[in-house]
Design a protein around this ligand. Structure first.
Ligand code: PLP
Length: 358
C-alpha cells in the first residue's frame, strides 16, 4: 500500500523529488566541489529562484545552514547583544526563546492566547529590545500570525530588528520583506525535500548589527556567523562544505514551483485548507484549536479529545499518516499538513476515512 504523509515534517515528498534525485546521480552532483564553478552556478540559481518566488530584495542575503534550529542560534548570536523579545505561540517559539537563554542573553517571552483576537497595540515591547522573534506559523499549535501587524513596532523603535520563522508556512506564506529583517525555513516541510538543509535570509542591517556586536568584543559565534556566511555568499561560496546535493535539489524544486506559479500554489493551499476547516467546523465532537483569524492554512491542528493515538492508528492502517500532537499534546491533537505535495484528492480521501472513525 502506498502511504500518503500528511505529517508536518518530514513531510510527503514533492512529486518530482524522486526524479530529481535520480537525475542528480549520473551528473556527479554528489562529488562536486563546493569551491568550483558548478556549485557556484547552483547556488546562484537557488538564490535567483528564491528571490523570484518570494520577492526577496537584492539587499537580502540568502545563506545556508544545517537546519532551522541552527538558524535560530545564528540569528540570536549574531544580532542580539543583550535583549530579544519573543512572541510565544507554541513549542517552536519557545525553542527560539530557549536558544536566547542558552546563549546567555536576556530574552523576554510574551505569551499569546490561542483562543482570542490579538490586540497588537497592547503588546508592549520595551525600547531597549534589539530583536523581535516571531514564529509566523507555529507547527506545534497551528497558529499563524499576520506579520504585517508587527510593523508598528518598527515605527516605535527604528533600531528594532525582526526575525521570522517561516519553516512550516513556506511556500504559501507571503512576506513583505520591507517589514522584516530576517526569515528562515527548512526544506523538509512545504518544499517536500528530505530533511537536513536550512535557508536563512538576512538583510544588510542584520549584518551591520553583527559587526557592531563583534566590535564591542562580544562573541557572535566562531566559524559560522552572519558575517562569515554573508561574506562567502558574495561569491556564492560557503564557510564550510555545505550539503551540495540538497542545494541542487532545492534549485530543482524551486524551478518546479516557478513553472507552476506561486499564485496557483497559494490558491490551492487555500482551497484545501478551507475543505479541512469546513469539515472540522461541522464535526460534532472535535474542535478547532485556534481562534478563527489565526488558523494555519498549512498545518491545521485539531483538538480530538485525547483520541489522537486511536485516530492515528486507524488512519495509518489505511496508509494515511498524520502527525499526532506536539510534545505533551501528543494524545490531544492531530496535525494535518497541507503542503503543495498534498493534493485536494488526498485531503478528500483523508477526511472520508476520518469520518468513518467512530
Ligand atoms: C520544524 C520546525 C522548526 C525546526 O526545523 P529544523 O529543520 O528541524 O531545525 C522550526 N520552526 C518551526 C515552525 C518548525 O515547524
Amino acid at each position: 500500500m502506498e502511504k500518503i504523509y500528511f505529517t508536518v515534517g518530514p513531510a510527503q515528498a514533492y512529486p518530482t523529488i524522486k526524479s530529481h534525485i535520480i537525475n542528480a546521480l549520473p551528473n556527479d552532483i554528489i562529488s562536486l566541489s563546493h569551491t568550483g564553478k558548478d556549485f557556484l552556478d547552483i547556488y546562484r540559481k537557488v538564490s535567483s529562484n528564491l528571490r523570484q518566488l518570494f520577492d526577496i530584495p537584492d539587499n537580502y542575503h540568502i545563506l545556508f545552514t544545517g537546519s532551522s534550529t541552527e538558524s535560530m542560534e545564528r540569528i540570536i548570536a549574531s544580532t542580539v547583544e543583550r535583549k530579544s523579545f519573543h512572541i510565544i505561540t507554541g513549542g517552536f517559539a519557545k525553542k527560539f526563546h530557549k536558544t536566547a537563554v542558552d546563549l546567555g542573553k536576556m530574552p523576554t517571552p510574551f505569551e499569546i492566547s490561542l483562543h482570542d483576537k490579538i490586540n497588537f497595540s497592547k503588546i508592549d515591547i520595551p525600547s531597549d529590545i534589539e530583536l523581535l522573534c516571531i514564529t509566523e506559523n507555529d507547527t506545534s499549535t497551528g497558529m499563524q500570525l499576520p506579520i504585517s501587524e508587527f510593523k508598528l513596532f518598527k515605527n516605535k523603535n527604528p533600531n528594532l530588528l525582526i526575525a521570522v520563522d517561516i519553516v512550516s508556512s513556506i511556500p504559501y506564506t507571503r512576506l513583505d520583506y520591507s517589514e522584516i529583517d530576517m526569515a528562515f525555513f527548512s526544506v523538509q516541510k512545504g518544499l517536500g525535500m528530505p530533511p537536513g538543509l536550512g535557508v536563512l535570509i538576512v538583510n544588510d542591517r542584520s549584518i551591520e548589527k553583527a559587526k557592531f556586536i563583534k566590535k564591542n568584543g562580544i562573541s557572535i559565534g566562531s566559524h559560522f556567523n552572519l558575517i562569515s556566511l554573508a561574506e562567502k555568499e558574495q561569491n556564492f561560496k560557503t564557510p564550510a562544505t555545505p550539503n551540495v546535493f540538497y542545494i541542487y535539489l532545492l534549485s530543482k524544486i524551486t524551478e518546479d514551483f516557478l513553472n507552476i506559479g506561486i499564485n496557483k500554489i497559494r490558491q490551492e493551499t487555500e482551497e484545501k485548507a478551507k475543505y479541512i476547516y469546513d469539515f472540522f467546523d461541522n464535526h460534532p465532537v472535535y474542535k478547532q484549536l485556534v481562534y478563527k483569524d489565526y488558523r494555519s492554512l498549512t498545518t491545521p491542528v485539531i483538538d480530538v479529545c485525547n483520541q489522537a493515538e486511536e485516530i492515528f492508528d486507524f488512519l495509518a492502517e489505511r496508509g494515511l499518516i498524520v502527525s499526532k500532537g506536539y510534545s505533551t499534546d501528543v494524545k490531544k491533537h492531530i496535525r494535518i499538513a497541507n503542503f503543495p505535495a498534498i493534493k485536494m484528492k488526498h485531503i478528500q480521501q483523508l477526511l472520508c476515512e476520518f469520518s468513518k472513525f467512530a
